[in-house]
Design a protein around this ligand. Structure first.
Ligand code: AKG
Length: 294
């Protein structure tokens, strides 16, 4: 597949609107592979033996109409790693964020079944205050063809300029998914909220900024809506010295604010560097934590 490139015009659109749509990010083969891996992951089958950082839905444990979510599936499944840690995504995020390089903060594996509940509208970067540079760029990739009524992700055009709000009241299955969004719009003096549903073929998707309001509604169709997201940060990012994020600060060492590439890999850097374990790990030549082949 021809790799996609982000143009200077797309960077301008991204900075103005808070997101851009890209028709093709991963190949049909990668889409098919991820759909197979999703079946296993939501059954709790961890290919590397390691449990993901967040498992917010498990077959037999959670309500069937909740939106299923796992974060950092790449640590548990090397096939997922092969897709989400690819260089082209890192390069695109760095260009959009005007960074010297990209680190993955976390992947987000999402599966909204027919009738699946909404995800509350939020700003991603409000959840990243445990870092020194909480200005994410995220790559959202559809694994099914999306439609407005199928509960696809929606971005609020221009909301990246509204300022920073905190974490929202309820992220999973809120009664009113736009409760916090409405408050933020009022605080910013915005009268008209333009919600843009992302309608793309499987393999296509969008890039959004960390301060862009987004979320998704109920899936009113009879087919699932699956997606994978690479939430990325600048390769220069360090841990905040004192703010403790309730999940990801567990990777911070005492008295040391540097980020370990084993947990926050550098997927692309303008000087050509990329965390050395990514390629042998993604090719399944080593498993989690194993030494690099000589
Ligand atoms: O796909 C969705 O429903 C929402 C995804 C999301 O919140 C994100 O990519 O940050």
């Amino acid at each position: 597949m021809k790799e996609f490139e982000i143009s200077d015009n797309q960077v301008e659109d991204f900075e103005r609107d808070g997101f851009i749509v890209v028709d093709r990010i991963i190949s049909d083969e990668e889409v098919a592979l991820l759909r197979e891996r999703y079946d296993l992951l939501f059954k709790g089958q961890w290919e590397t033996g390691l449990v993901p950082d967040e498992v917010n839905w498990q077959e037999g444990r959670d309500p069937p109409d909740s939106t299923r979510q796992i974060c950092n599936g790449w640590k548990s499944d090397r096939y997922v790693a092969g897709v989400i840690l690819q260089e082209s995504i890192g390069r695109a995020c760095a260009k959009l964020g005007r960074w010297p390089g990209t680190r993955l903060s976390q992947d987000n594996i999402l599966w909204k079944p027919p009738g699946g509940k909404p995800l509350g509208f939020h700003q991603d970067s409000s959840y990243e205050l445990w870092t020194t540079l909480p200005d994410w760029v995220s790559c959202w990739i559809a694994l099914d063809d999306t439609t407005a009524e199928g509960g696809t992700v929606e971005y609020v055009r221009g909301s990246n300029h509204w300022g920073r709000s905190g974490m929202i009241e309820q992220f999973h299955a809120p009664e009113n998914p736009v409760k916090d969004l409405d408050k933020a719009a009022a605080a910013a003096g915005v009268k008209t909220i333009e919600r843009v549903p992302i309608v793309v073929k499987a393999g296509g998707g969008a890039f959004h900024g960390g301060w862009t309001w987004h979320g998704s509604d109920i899936n009113r169709r009879d087919v699932p809506r699956r997606a994978i997201v690479a939430h990325c940060m600048s390769s220069e990012t360090r841990f905040h010295p004192t703010y403790v994020g309730y999940i990801y600060s567990r990777y911070k060492r005492f008295g040391d604010d540097t980020m370990d590439e084993s947990f926050f890999p550098v997927t692309w850097r303008q000087d050509g560097y990329r965390s050395p374990f990514i390629d042998p790990y993604s090719a399944r030549r080593i498993t989690w934590g194993e030494a690099l082949p000589t």
